[in-house]
Design a protein around this ligand. Structure first.
Ligand code: GRG
Length: 306
């Protein structure tokens, strides 16, 4: 990782890690003025636990990197709202995915999953609460750019819904013990994981008034990146270990889930990840050095160890 990108990633992570408790807390004014951890209800505490328990913040970083590629105002606080909204939807999906009725996992980001640290009912409510709060944040984005606000709400709703993440999760749950071919596997991941990654980019692009041509190019980048992310996730499920991953290693194999290494072999999956990275880079051909953070993020996604 080069020094410039390492600094970008660190700054983005710090920025969203500071914004998240604050933007979660502003929903309940009684604790926004105080230490965010004072006088929390159990639900608020569990929301905070699930949102601030680490995480690489790739989706938030994509928001900031897309704004940089489009020469948007880096200090615009609306970017923090957009980044927080996507991280809230992502955190909700992980909390629900870990539930016994879904993947039944007790470790996430190196810590007990929400339903283990609290209980199942609380974990369900945490997901519900984070989802509502995400849309509230988008509906109240600072600024007068009303058309973009509506578009951004629509982008996230579609990406998180039955034609996006939730639809992909349904295919995933139905696929346990079922052989999927490579096309079906790709469709599932494009929905389950890819849709939110694309949404992070599309929301920032709309906010920064990208041209329709730029939106299309950035979306091609997002599609390749989203798939590369998933291929690498499947590779890590085999190659990494539970401590580094922060979640149970081998969980896919244990559930007999279809994966890229299962279909293509480990080497084939690595070659696919590299090819998708190149596709992502090619999609940014008409962008200047302002898009370097996006380029480096793509490399980070296929080189990550957790
Ligand atoms: C429950 C509606 C519902 C959806 C769940 C995304 C998802 C759908 C489930 C997550 C299952 C999973 C582990 C998928 C692999 C890809 C993925 C989303 C990994 C976690 O994302 P990272 O690595 O996580 O960006 P951090 O912890 O860094 O934020």
């Amino acid at each position: 990782m080069n020094a410039e990108f390492s600094a970008f990633l660190q700054t983005s992570q710090q920025r969203i890690n500071e914004a998240l408790p604050q933007l979660l807390g502003e929903a309940t004014s009684e604790y926004s003025q105080h230490d965010a951890r004072l006088a929390l209800t159990p639900l608020q505490e569990a929301c905070l636990y699930s949102l601030t328990n680490g995480g690489k913040r790739i989706r938030a970083s994509l928001v900031y990197a897309t704004a940089a590629a489009l020469k948007g105002d880096a200090n615009d606080s609306a970017l923090d709202h957009i980044a927080a909204a996507i991280e809230m939807i992502h955190a909700y999906s992980l909390v629900h995915d870990d539930l016994p009725a879904m993947d039944n996992d007790d470790l996430r980001r190196g810590k007990p999953t929400c339903h283990i640290a609290y209980d199942e009912a609380t974990a369900i409510l945490v997901g519900d609460a984070l989802q509502s709060r995400a849309f509230e944040l988008l509906a109240t984005l600072p600024g007068e750019h009303h058309h973009a606000k509506l578009k951004i709400v629509q982008v996230l709703a579609a990406a998180g819904g039955p034609r996006g993440m939730v639809g992909g999760q349904a295919i995933d749950l139905a696929a346990v013990n079922t052989p999927l071919n490579i096309d079906a596997l790709q469709t599932m991941h494009q929905l389950k994981t890819g849709a939110l990654i694309r949404a992070a980019i599309a929301m920032a692009a709309n906010w920064c008034r990208a041209s329709s041509e730029q939106v299309t190019q950035l979306d091609s980048y997002g599609q390749a990146l989203g798939l590369a992310f998933q291929v690498q996730d499947d590779i890590l499920d085999i190659e990494s270990d539970t401590q580094i991953l922060g979640k149970t290693q081998g969980a896919d194999a244990a559930l007999n889930k279809p994966t890229y290494p299962a279909l293509l072999g480990l080497q084939g999956a690595k070659e696919l990840a590299a090819a998708l990275h190149q596709q992502a880079i090619d999609a940014l051909a008409s962008f200047g050095p302002g898009a370097d953070a996006l380029r480096n993020l793509s490399h980070y996604v296929i080189a990550r160890r957790h």
